[in-house]
Write a protein that binds this ligand. Structure first.
Ligand code: PLP
Length: 342
């Protein structure tokens, strides 16, 4: 049974009534033949929102990032990415497993950025001893950096640096709409010169399944081949895409509510003994646990027993994520339960 107040992740979001209805009504066809009108509509909509030429529906964010790395790189190529990135830590480094592509790790700063000088130093010169630097991968918002967002200026600077050295830029934008809403920016400005972007429909945007990759026509054609070899050719996928269209048209602006609830949670935590929230940027709240009776796992279990789900990450750190379905009242109740425990 999932917890009554489920703050473990924004992946637990249920499809909205409008999504259920759109899924039931969706016109569908064989998408491997390019004949699913609803998938085609979603892919075109995503491309236009990001100002790119084409889009590709994929099964998950993990598949989206993998498809992009495989489409950008050859065997023996290197991808520069953050040591705390999702792609390095939580995707089994699939690009190395399946593509012979090596990650070259540079440190993530507290704000989720990679320093430009670190990126530049990680670009290998043309030398028979070295792998070939092909791609830089950024993450916006940054999962393990408390949902920190990258700015348009920073992203542009990385794109310019990468392109100056003949590398491409990929953005793992699983939560890029949170980044856009938080800084009242257009996602186009956050991804302007990126060569590929992956974003998730199934997190804060609340669709039941799927992510989308966007990029140039030529890039998406290669990505479509990679999706097929990974088993991601999905036939009548319009039932999934229909929910994705609702996600993109109806569920973006409300992310501001999740950010407000995350701030409310952090402010409440700051007033309680034995817990210390980290800075909140979007919909992710990390807090330290330093309490005589509770480690982070013990506090997670105590909350679970009272109907509140959070994730302990290590002995003294907990993550809570706000999303569609979590109301202000749920945050207040969570804080009341924590106050009683602590
Ligand atoms: C969730 C997430 C992904 C992967 O998404 P899945 O759909 O779970 O495979 C990739 N990158 C980041 C930053 C994420 O938070």
């Amino acid at each position: 049974m999932p917890p009554r107040i489920d703050l473990r992740s924004d992946t637990v979001t249920q499809p909205t009534p409008a999504m259920r209805e759109a899924m039931a009504r969706a016109r569908v066809g064989d998408d491997v033949f390019g004949e699913d009108p609803t998938v085609n509509e979603l892919e075109a909509l995503a491309a236009s929102i990001f100002g790119k030429e084409a889009g590709l529906l994929v099964t998950s964010g993990t598949q989206g990032n993998l498809v992009c790395l495989l489409a950008h790189c050859n065997r023996g190529d290197e991808v520069i990415m953050g040591h705390d990135s999702h792609t390095y830590n939580y995707e089994q480094v699939g690009s190395a497993v399946l593509g012979g592509i090596a990650p070259r790790i540079v440190p993530n700063q507290p704000d989720g950025t990679l320093r430009l000088e670190d990126i530049e130093a990680a670009i290998m010169p043309d030398n028979v001893h070295f792998g070939v630097s092909r791609l830089v991968s950024l993450e916006n918002t940054h999962n393990r950096r408390g949902g920190a967002f990258l700015t348009p200026d920073y992203t542009q600077a990385v794109a310019d640096l990468a392109h100056r050295h003949g590398l491409k830029l990929h953005i793992d934008g699983a939560r890029i709409f949170n980044a856009a809403v938080a800084q009242k920016a257009d996602v186009k400005a956050l991804t302007r010169d990126a060569d590929s972007v992956t974003f998730c429909l199934s997190k804060g945007l609340s669709a039941p399944v799927g992510s989308v990759v966007v990029g140039s026509e030529a890039f998406i054609a290669r990505a479509r081949r990679m999706r097929k070899v990974l088993g991601g050719g999905m036939r009548q996928a319009g039932v999934i895409a229909a929910a994705g269209i609702v996600a993109l048209t109806e569920m973006v602006d409300r992310l501001a509510e999740d950010h407000a609830n995350a701030r409310l949670l952090a402010e409440g935590l700051a007033r309680l003994p034995g817990v210390e929230p980290e800075p909140v940027h979007t919909n992710i709240v990390y807090f330290r646990v330093d309490h005589p009776r509770y480690t982070a796992p013990a506090l997670q279990d105590a909350l679970q027993a009272r109907g509140v789900g959070v994730l302990a990450l290590g002995p003294d750190r907990i993550r809570a994520v706000t999303h569609y379905g979590i109301e202000t009242g749920d945050i207040e109740e969570t804080l009341d339960i924590l106050e009683a425990l602590l």
